[in-house]
Every structure is written in structure tokens, then in C-alpha cells.
Design a protein around this ligand. Structure first.
Ligand SMILES: Cc1cc2nc3c(=O)[nH]c(=O)nc-3n(C[C@H](O)[C@H](O)[C@H](O)COP(=O)(O)O)c2cc1C
Length: 294
């Protein structure tokens, strides 16, 4: 039996890049390192997006994805963008912040795999009914759009996995290292989506203030932003302390355990090696107390 996400997306590792960059360089580095790179597709008009997809195809021959938060994509451009993705043969389309019912079938008919990002079991039901190929579950901890419901990773992944044992499932957020990666797989996910950890890479080329905020953050440095889609952002106190001014950036709780800017290849390699080591420790611990119980 293979890994459902590796098999579905055709990648070496079930490590998906979140929609954290509109340009192709970081996506290419991640796809070339064995993950699934991503271009954030909401803002660029269709022609610019097409040229970015073509640039990405020059930089990698590996699978990649395009991400659309439907509510944030200008309505006038959506149809043209969706059609363009079929023309360009985009392997994976990730939709979020909106209904998966409207676009899933059309995208699949044009040859893309479709994954939908969602924050609750109720949204997962709708996505499965819409026929998505995979679910990307975004818990309270993540740097993404979590809506009004603060469902934790521990509960969200278990609830979705129990309801939908067969659906390929990616855990989005709260993971920055091998033990976290192993933990979400232990919960029932098939893979992970990383936002904040990939912003803190050399290839992301993030602005200096963003890097400083992520590296300085502790477990109490982020909060939910106001508004309908509620991204997680730094607390103003962190920016005051680190930058001397009230700047705001979107970042996950996981920034608490990110303390260096590293090359993408190293992040992925250490995450895979760390997950293998964590799973050995887990298996050993369980064997010990199972043995002791009898
Ligand atoms: C700066 C930033 C921008 C993001 N933009 C989007 C987006 O446009 N669409 C989307 O589905 N998710 C978006 N996300 C969420 C990521 O795709 C990913 O699911 C999330 O960051 C995972 O949580 P983590 O940051 O704890 O790893 C964004 C996240 C960050 C940090």
C-alpha cells in the first residue's frame, strides 16, 4: 500500500506548500525537493498567472499546484483562470475560502486533481459531496483561514478521518519538524501542508520584518485576525518588541518552534528524517508499555 497523497499528486513526499507565494521560485524549490510546490493564484489577473505557471514549468518538471481562495479571487477573473488552468495542464488545484461545489467537477474534467482547504467536519462533508480528490484540513493553530471555528488539529484530523476513512487527507498547519509530521500521520492524515515553515526558508526570500517576527515568536505570539476568513497573525506586542512598530503579518502558531532560516531541501530532508526517528521512538515506547501491561 502506498501513501495516498504521494500517489494522488505524484510526489515523492506528502509535503504540500501552502499558498504563501505568488511567484514560482519557492514553488519550484519545493517541487524539486520532492514536495508539492504551490503558486497562490487569487490576486494575479489570468494572463500574469499564466506566465507564472509557464515560468514554474521551466524551473521544474515535477508536479505543482495552484491555490484559489474563492472568496478572495476577483469574481470577473475566476472563470478565465479556471479555464486557463486546464489549458496549462495544472496538475493540482487547491481551492479554499468558498464552496467546492462550483468548480471541482469542471477542474477535474479538464485534467486537474482538486483538493479543498477547510476548517471543520461539516465543511469536509460538503467537500466530499462535491467530489474533491483530497481534503486539506486547516485547524485553529494554522496560519491560514480558519473561519469562526477554532477546532484543534488533534480533533479535526481524527473527526474527519473517522467520518471519511478513504479520503486522502492533508493536515495544514502546526507542523514545522519531524515529530509534528509524524504526529499528524499518527492521527490519520496522509500528508502535511506547511505555510509558516516554508516562509522561513532562503528561497522564500521573505521581507526582513516577516523573518524577524517568525523567528522571535513564542507560543503566545499569534492571534486570530478579525473578519470573515480569520487568518492567524502576530500579536501587535510582538511587532512592538521586535520591530519597534505595529506591523502585522500572517503566520501560524508553529512560528514558536521555528528558529532559523534554512534552505528548502534541508527543511524537507530533516522533516522526513525526523518523522522516521519520531515514529521509531513512538513504536518503542508503545511496545514497552504494552509489554509492561501484561
Ligand atoms: C502569509 C500566508 C498567506 C496564506 N495565504 C493563503 C491563501 O491565499 N490560500 C490558502 O488556502 N491558504 C493560505 N494560507 C494558509 C497556508 O496555505 C497553510 O495552510 C497554512 O499556513 C498552514 O499553517 P502553518 O502556517 O501553521 O504551517 C496562507 C498562510 C500564510 C502564513
Amino acid at each position: 500500500m502506498g501513501n495516498a497523497i504521494c500517489d494522488l499528486f505524484g510526489v515523492r513526499y506528502p509535503i504540500v506548500m501552502g499558498a504563501i507565494s505568488q511567484t514560482p521560485e519557492l514553488a519550484a524549490a519545493i517541487s524539486n525537493a520532492g514536495g508539492l510546490g504551490c503558486i497562490a493564484g487569487a490576486i494575479a489577473p489570468p494572463d500574469l498567472l499564466r506566465s507564472r505557471i509557464r515560468q514554474l514549468k521551466e524551473l521544474t518538471d515535477k508536479p505543482f499546484s495552484l491555490n484559489f481562495p474563492i472568496a478572495l479571487t476577483p469574481e470577473k477573473d475566476i472563470q478565465a483562470k479556471m479555464e486557463m488552468m486546464g489549458e496549462e495542464g495544472v496538475p493540482v488545484v487547491i481551492t479554499s475560502a468558498g464552496s467546492p461545489r462550483v468548480w471541482t467537477k469542471m477542474l477535474q474534467d479538464r485534467g486537474s486533481k482538486v483538493a479543498h482547504v477547510l476548517p471543520t467536519l461539516m465543511h469536509a462533508r460538503k467537500a466530499v459531496e462535491a467530489g474533491v480528490d483530497a481534503i486539506i484540513a486547516e485547524p485553529a493553530e494554522s496560519g491560514g483561514y480558519r473561519g469562526d471555528h477554532e477546532v484543534s488539529m488533534m480533533v479535526l484530523i481524527r473527526a474527519i478521518r473517522r467520518a471519511f476513512p478513504e479520503t486522502p487527507l492533508v493536515a495544514a498547519g502546526a507542523v514545522a519538524d519531524g515529530p509534528g509530521f509524524a504526529a499528524v500521520i499518527a492521527l490519520g492524515a496522509d500528508g502535511v501542508q506547511l505555510g509558516t515553515r516554508f516562509i522561513a526558508t532562503l528561497e522564500a526570500n521573505a521581507p526582513e520584518h516577516v523573518r524577524k517576527l517568525i523567528l522571535a515568536a513564542t507560543d503566545i505570539s499569534t492571534m486570530s485576525a478579525e473578519g470573515r476568513i480569520k487568518p492567524r497573525i502576530n500579536r501587535p506586542e510582538l511587532a512592538e518588541e521586535v520591530l519597534g512598530e505595529r506591523k502585522q503579518t500572517q503566520m501560524g502558531q508553529v512560528s514558536a518552534i521555528i528558529d532559523s532560516i534554512e534552505p528548502v531541501e534541508k527543511v524537507i530532508r530533516e522533516m522526513v528524517e525526523g518523522a522516521a526517528e519520531a515514529s521509531r521512538r513512538l513504536a518503542h515506547n508503545i511496545e514497552v508499555f504494552q509489554g509492561a501491561a501484561v
